[in-house]
Design a protein around this ligand. Structure first.
Ligand code: ATP
Ligand code: MG
Length: 157
């Protein structure tokens, strides 16, 4: 089905209001156009967004900002979730997609989770024949970027 990814981003961040006010986090949304229709499994993509934003909030320091950006490149929509949190050590970067893997930095008391979120994300993106990439620097922050097909022209408003 086709759905508006900008709208999905806006509704998904609402579910993090509690965590965000507790930690002083804010979202910086940089969205292309008003509505941006993509093609995909709506509930699965909702899960992808939720898992990425959940990580960004969990691994951010207090009072930080999380940037979520949409853009269009060659009939593809790029969705980026970028934080300025603890980052991922270079030697861990390939393993984060594995089930139950957590970096040493994320095993602290307030860093709950079983290490399944990104394995699910990867599976969903691959099932869509799309791509997801991560750019991260330990101690600086992390950005996840995934692609989705742009919906056909007549669907865009
Ligand atoms: P779950 O998602 O099951 O609640 P989790 O968040 O620990 O648990 P994943 O989402 O699969 O598991 O992420 C795996 C690991 O990758 C995390 O434990 C953390 O070490 C690292 N990681 C993922 N996203 C980030 C991020 N934005 N910043 C820093 N580290 C991250
Ligand atoms: Mg997670």
């Amino acid at each position: 089905t086709d759905f508006d990814i900008n709208r999905m981003i806006k509704t998904t961040i609402l579910t993090f209001e509690g965590t965000c006010s507790a930690k002083g986090l804010s979202f910086d949304l940089v969205l292309t156009g008003q509505k941006l229709y993509v093609h995909g499994d709506m509930s699965k993509i909702q899960q992808v967004l939720y898992n990425l934003i959940d990580n960004a909030t969990k691994f951010s320091h207090n009072d930080a900002s999380i940037k979520i950006e949409t853009s269009i490149k060659n009939e593809k929509v790029l969705i980026s979730v970028k934080d300025s949190g603890i980052g991922i050590p270079a030697e861990s970067i390939k393993k984060i997609w594995d089930r139950f893997y957590k970096t040493d930095l994320s095993r602290g008391k307030d860093k709950r989770g079983t290490g399944l979120g990104l394995a699910i994300v990867k599976e969903i993106i691959q099932a869509h024949n799309e791509h997801i990439n991560v750019i991260s620097t330990e101690g600086v922050g992390t950005e996840f970027i995934f692609t989705l097909p742009l919906a056909k022209k007549e669907v865009q408003s």
